[in-house]
Ligand binder design. Structure first.
Ligand SMILES: C[S@@+](CC[C@H](N)C(=O)[O-])C[C@H]1O[C@@H](n2cnc3c(N)ncnc32)[C@H](O)[C@@H]1O
Length: 425
């Protein structure tokens, strides 16, 4: 918590370190408390300010984080109040803040005594549990939907599976899940997707180690069939790590696709190698900057290119609540500039008649429709193909002036943006 909110560290990274050596039950409790506290942080912070009679940012960061975790347990868990107070006070001592133990004790008890949770939030940040700049950006881009987006961001996301089309059928796999005691539902228009009723540890999924199935949100499963619709040959997955959409391209394309997967982050590329090995798929996997194809592809051209661009990830906050804490307002324009550079550079590597699918998991227009509109203005040999794959997908998409937006929470899916660009032959 403290490392994410005050140290700018990603939640995955911080949890990986914090969980080392913890028993499984404690790991899942730590995870639940961290996710929940990060989701409700602004409301918790407002209470902390009220109860300490000073702005929460003036407190020692560790004490502020500890108080937030303590208060969170009162309002969003079934942990009995007495089992929250004394372990939280003890934690102040364990965290080498013995002088804060009295303050922690007083704040937690006052919270219970004065029924603080029943007071209406004073500010928008506390009311919607997002930073003000993000609330303002969503109001601007989504005047009719911003409240729903903010609410969806604070929901727990379901666990979606992608059945490996090379190895089994979706119905066949669902039957195996049911035999193992797990219930799942299919998603209209997404032939390989199953939504689990309850999350399951991946190692308990039937055939996971053998590559029969992967974990992937249904929205992310829209990309590969869209890019490959009527298209085979040399395919580039330009921002590939950790390999979810690339593996789906390889599963669907089979022998008709020669896949190259690149990513700028060599460390993250290891996950692509592992994923492809587990799924029994082939690809040329190379570390490289998508905006400098001359460094990793000499003169090679491609029939299809997936640009799953680096973005603010504001469409997947429900899975990564740390995004609300880590992103800064200036990030959006900086990312839009990177996205434009990648598109411009890769467009030169697309064969005439080829297709580039631009994808982000952002809900900010500046990274989505605006990037595509600017791109189309600069490239007279580019046109957008607005055909969608089927009516079920059409039903969940918001058409934008350029591209289509899926908002987080729609049909249980993450927020994604897609635009299909074709090079005039
Ligand atoms: C949204 S993630 C890709 C997710 C991936 N397509 C999947 O489905 O699993 C964006 C990726 O872009 C990579 N990236 C960022 N800047 C890049 C660049 N200039 N060239 C290539 N990859 C880049 C990041 O390392 C990150 O892995």
């Amino acid at each position: 918590m403290h490392d994410v909110v005050h140290g700018g560290r990603s939640l995955d990274d911080a949890l990986a370190q914090a969980e080392t050596g913890l028993p499984a039950a404690d790991r899942s409790l730590a995870r639940m408390l961290t996710f929940g506290t990060l989701r409700r942080f602004w409301q918790l912070d407002e209470w902390i300010a009220l109860l300490t009679d000073r702005p929460a940012r003036k407190l020692d960061g560790m004490v502020r984080a500890l108080l937030a975790v303590g208060l969170y347990q009162f309002v969003d868990t079934r942990i009995p109040d007495h089992a929250v107070v004394s372990p939280t006070v003890d934690a102040a001592r364990l965290l080498k803040r013995p002088r804060a133990a009295g303050l922690v004790n007083a704040v937690l008890r006052r919270f219970l005594r004065e029924s603080v949770a029943e007071r209406a939030p004073a500010g928008e940040e506390a009311a919607f549990n997002h930073p003000q700049w993000l609330i303002d950006g969503l109001k601007r881009d989504w005047p009719d939907d911003w409240r729903n987006i903010l609410a969806a961001n604070d929901e727990r996301a379901p666990m979606w599976l992608r059945v490996n089309a090379c190895r089994t059928t979706t119905e066949g796999y669902r039957a195996r899940l049911e035999a193992a005691g797990y219930r799942a539902t299919a998603a209209p228009g997404l032939p390989w997707a199953l939504c689990l009723e309850e999350p399951v540890a991946v190692q308990d999924l039937p055939g996971f180690a053998d590559g029969d199935v992967s974990v992937q949100d249904a929205a992310a499963q829209i990309a590969a069939p869209w890019l490959l619709d009527g298209l085979r040959g040399d395919i580039l997955d330009a921002c590939a790590a950790p390999g979810g959409k690339g593996a789906h391209l390889a599963e669907l394309g089979g022998d008709g696709v020669r896949l190259t997967a690149i990513d700028a982050d060599a460390g993250r590329l290891r996950a692509v190698v592992e994923t492809f090995a587990r799924l029994g798929l082939r690809a040329t996997i190379v570390a490289g900057d998508a905006s400098k194809p001359g460094e990793w592809a000499e003169q090679q051209a491609f029939d299809g290119i997936l640009v799953d661009a680096p973005c603010s990830a504001t469409g997947v906050i429900r899975r990564h609540p740390d995004i609300k804490h880590l992103r800064r307002p200036g990030d959006i324009d900086a990312l839009a500039a990177v996205q434009a550079r990648i598109l411009d550079a890769l467009w030169l590597r697309l064969r005439p008649g080829g297709r580039l699918l631009y994808v982000t998991c952002s809900v900010m227009a500046r990274e989505n429709d605006a990037v595509v509109a600017d791109f189309l203005g600069r490239h007279l040999d580019a046109r957008e193909n607005r055909m969608l794959q089927n009516n079920n997908i059409r039903d969940v998409m918001r058409p934008k002036a350029c591209g289509f937006q899926l908002l987080p929470g729609t049909a249980g899916m993450d927020g994604f943006f897609f635009a299909s660009l074709e090079k005039v032959a």
